[in-house]
Design a protein around this ligand. Structure first.
Ligand code: NAP
Length: 313
């Protein structure tokens, strides 16, 4: 009997690495799969390893596929695809999680310590009169306490920061104060000096930060967004920055990517743009996570990290 047919449908240039890594990871999980980037007959495919920048837009021909396994954590580009009837799983992988925790810590620490003051101040002036508060005196809010939000929270808490989180449903995690609902959001906005956005892009989270909610943020707050660009109303953020209510925005993700060259964020003195690099998918760890999920499905266990299509994440 032949093993399952796994179709790689991600970025073409990453195929050679995934071919080797997926093959090895599946074998290590005891799955004798055939991994290909080109299926002669779509109806023979058992699993689709998918990315939005790959070739598949129509899932209907894949009548036998048991799962579509996303190489991205965010699934907003595929979750509404009406041709998708197969179970969809988002990527949860230790490499991605670690990368996000590192990126968030780096940018929170930059603002916490006002590192720019010294990095850009190499002018012969000895500025030794600046003493930042210790992390324990700094309140950081994290909107989105899922896999990545919690990893960022743990890393920041390890440095001593005071963390508050916000999620859709009520939850408790030792060491963190996690709120939900509109009142919970307002409280976090009011007290956070640094606000980290790690929510998915869904209809509910669209422009969560808008003129009204930005006005609820603490004066002088810094916004750090590695979540999704649609979480923020750009015009409202620019107004809040120009009016001095928001001190700085560090943005990794944008409503339109690549961020258009004439977008005001690029030239704004209090905006830092990074090109959606907070947590890239590393084939080495992603292949392991995908192989584990295929191995589970092959042995009749439920798939991990299934997306709830109605919820949108
Ligand atoms: P996740 O585990 O699904 O967590 C999502 C969190 O957001 C959960 O805590 C969820 O609440 C909360 N949430 C969702 N809708 C909400 C709403 N309407 N109101 C309040 N809270 C809401 O996702 P993840 O793995 O942490 O990833 C988060 C996002 O990071 C991804 O969706 C993606 O957009 C982004 N991302 C960015 C990069 C990058 O390089 N910049 C890389 C990877 C991921 P519950 O806990 O109650 O469900």
């Amino acid at each position: 009997m032949t093993g399952p047919l796994v179709l790689y449908a991600g970025r073409g240039d990453a195929w050679p690495r995934y071919r080797d890594l997926l093959g090895e990871a599946l074998a290590a999980h005891g799955v004798a799969a055939r991994v290909t980037d080109r299926a002669t007959h779509a109806q023979d495919v058992d699993y689709i390893v998918y990315a939005p920048n790959g070739p598949i837009t129509d899932f209907r021909p894949f009548t036998r596929a048991k799962a579509v396994l996303s190489l991205w954590a965010g699934v907003e580009k595929v979750v509404d695809n009406p041709t998708l009837t197969q179970p969809l799983c988002r990527l949860v992988d230790p490499g991605l999680t670690q990368a996000m925790a590192e990126w968030v810590c780096a940018h929170v620490l930059r603002h916490h310590l006002d590192t720019d003051r010294f990095v850009t101040g190499q002018d012969g002036v000895w500025r030794d009169d600046f003493v930042p508060p210790l992390a324990g005196e700094r309140r950081v809010g994290i909107l989105g306490m899922g896999v990545l939000g919690q990893a960022a929270a743990r890393a920041l808490a390890g440095l001593g920061f005071r963390i508050s989180g916000w999620s859709r449903t009520a939850k408790t995690r030792p060491g963190f104060d996690i709120a939900h609902g509109t009142d919970g959001l307002r409280r976090i906005l009011e007290h956070s000096e640094i606000l980290v956005l790690l929510l998915p892009a869904t209809p509910e989270t669209h422009h969560l930060l808008n003129a009204r909610t930005l006005a609820q943020t603490r004066r002088g707050a810094v916004i750090v967004n590695p979540g999704r660009g649609t979480l923020i109303d750009d015009a409202a953020l620019l107004a809040a920055l120009d009016g001095g209510h928001v001190a700085h925005a560090t943005l990794d993700v944008f409503a339109r990517e690549p961020l258009p060259v004439d977008h005001p964020f690029w030239a704004h003195p209090r905006v830092t743009v990074t090109p959606h690099i907070a947590a890239a998918t590393r084939p080495e760890t992603a292949a392991q996570a995908i192989a584990e999920n295929i191995a589970r499905a092959q042995t009749g266990q439920p798939l991990l990290n299934r997306v709830d299509r109605d919820r949108g994440y």
